[in-house]
Design a protein around this ligand. Structure first.
Ligand code: SF4
Length: 213
């Protein structure tokens, strides 16, 4: 039920905001649990909050957020219609990459959010969320290629910040987001045909080898 999902997500957010389980709490201004529609068919998972997200306590509100919103508009969606979160809920100092132990420590919050929302599609934005579902893969090789598993699609995309840094990626970002509707339709068909409900992913180790994006 919609109310139950909203209440369950609010409970997770209430646990995240005062969380001190990893060292990222020492440098954050505000934790960023995630935001959006509890009943969304699409869940976007990025890497971690940046400066503006840390200031406002909301995900993807800086330039990357504006770009993500413009991509959503291409498929007729607003940010309020999807759910957006990150693999770590607190900003790594100086926007450094989140460390493997920080990702693992924060993982139960993300696992719970996925379980509660039960999205048709999880869109990974950038290498750290991609590694959760596509261990060892390279984003340049697999972006825009869905993996269907247990009645859900996992869909890797470049991080919006990567496309802002390297604008040659923008046409690929646009093509990838436009394919989402087709991916959602396929998952709906799979679920209607009785595919098993999605299961939580296995505990894959976070990436230790840094890739380009
Ligand atoms: S990043 Fe996650 S585990 Fe670490 S302090 Fe923030 S909410 Fe807690």
């Amino acid at each position: 039920m919609a109310q139950d999902r909203a209440a369950a997500l609010a409970e997770i957010a209430a646990q995240v905001r005062p969380c001190t389980k990893c060292e990222l709490h020492l440098s954050r201004t505000r934790a960023v649990p995630g935001a959006g529609n509890p009943n969304s068919e699409i869940m976007f998972i990025g890497e971690g909050p940046g400066y503006h997200e840390d200031q406002q306590g909301l995900p993807f509100v800086g330039r990357s957020g504006d770009y993500l919103v413009s991509l959503l508009k291409l498929i007729g969606l607003t940010r309020d219609q999807v759910f957006i979160t990150n693999v770590v809920k607190c900003r790594p100092p100086g926007n450094r990459d989140p460390l493997p132990d920080e990702i693992l420590t924060c993982k139960p919050y993300l696992d719970s959010q996925v379980d509660i929302i039960d999205p048709l599609v999880i869109v990974t934005l950038g290498r750290f969320s991609m590694a959760r579902y596509f261990p060892g893969a390279k984003i340049t090789q697999i972006h825009g290629k869905p993996k269907y598993e247990n009645g859900r699609a996992y869909y890797p995309m470049f991080h919006p910040a990567a496309a802002l840094r390297a604008q040659a990626l923008m046409p690929q970002m646009e093509a990838d987001i436009k394919r989402l509707q087709e991916v959602i339709a396929k998952v709906k068909d799979m679920r209607a045909a009785g595919a098993a409900p999605a299961e939580a992913p296995k505990d894959e180790p976070p990436p230790t080898q840094l890739l380009l994006f």
